[in-house]
Ligand binder design. Structure first.
Ligand code: IMP
Ligand code: MG
Length: 178
């Protein structure tokens, strides 16, 4: 199906499963070349990255581990600033090479916060891998090490990414029809 409706919005097919998997093949090849012997810990950010993480991991041929985390935000009792925490990360990060696995980098704010949290936990080298990147939306100074696909600054769903919780199950990626 080339157009679908989710809640109040219409979406049109924009990246087929075949193209997504070809882009992931490419990222995996680069990682297989770069990370042999680095014993990295992959840290996948839930919920959006679950499909990407699964298809990426199947293609890696070096020893590595993966942990799935959630970024939780709550309000501290003595401060009006909201506090961010990585939930679900029990591994010792001291000096470890960590590869973040993210669904999409938009403004880059989420990635900036995740990097700070991983640094505060003692991570060594921190590398970023993302399925999708919207270069024209980036507002933070970030170096992305592995980008599967660059896309325009439009809202998308599918392959793990959601609109109000829906659409994560789609195997292809769809772009909102304005
Ligand atoms: P950032 O912090 O602005 O880079 O936003 C990153 C987060 O926003 C991602 O982890 C996604 O969860 C979400 N996001 C950004 N763009 C989209 C989109 O087009 N569709 C669905 N979620 C998105
Ligand atoms: Mg996300």
């Amino acid at each position: 199906m080339d157009t679908i409706k989710i809640l109040d919005k219409k979406f049109a097919l924009s990246i087929s499963e075949r193209d997504i998997l070809a882009a992931i093949d490419n990222v995996a090849q680069n990682m297989n070349r770069d990370l042999k012997g680095a014993n990295p810990l992959f840290v996948a950010i839930l919920n959006g990255s679950f499909m990407f993480a699964a298809d990426l991991m199947k293609r890696l041929d070096f020893p590595c581990q993966i942990s799935f985390v959630k970024l939780a935000s709550y309000y501290g009792t003595t401060s009006t600033n909201n506090v961010l925490e990585l939930v679900g990360l029990s591994e010792n990060l001291n000096g470890r090479t960590v590869v973040i696995v993210e669904d999409i980098v938009d403004s880059g704010l989420t990635m900036t916060k995740v990097i700070d949290l991983l640094k505060s936990r003692g991570a060594g080298k921190i590398l970023i891998s993302t399925l999708l990147f919207k270069p024209s939306a980036l507002k933070h100074d970030l170096k992305l090490n592995y980008v599967a696909k660059e896309i325009p600054n439009d809202f998308i769903v599918g392959y793990g990414l959601d609109y109000d919780g829906y659409g994560r199950n789609l195997k292809d990626i769809y772009t909102v029809v304005k």
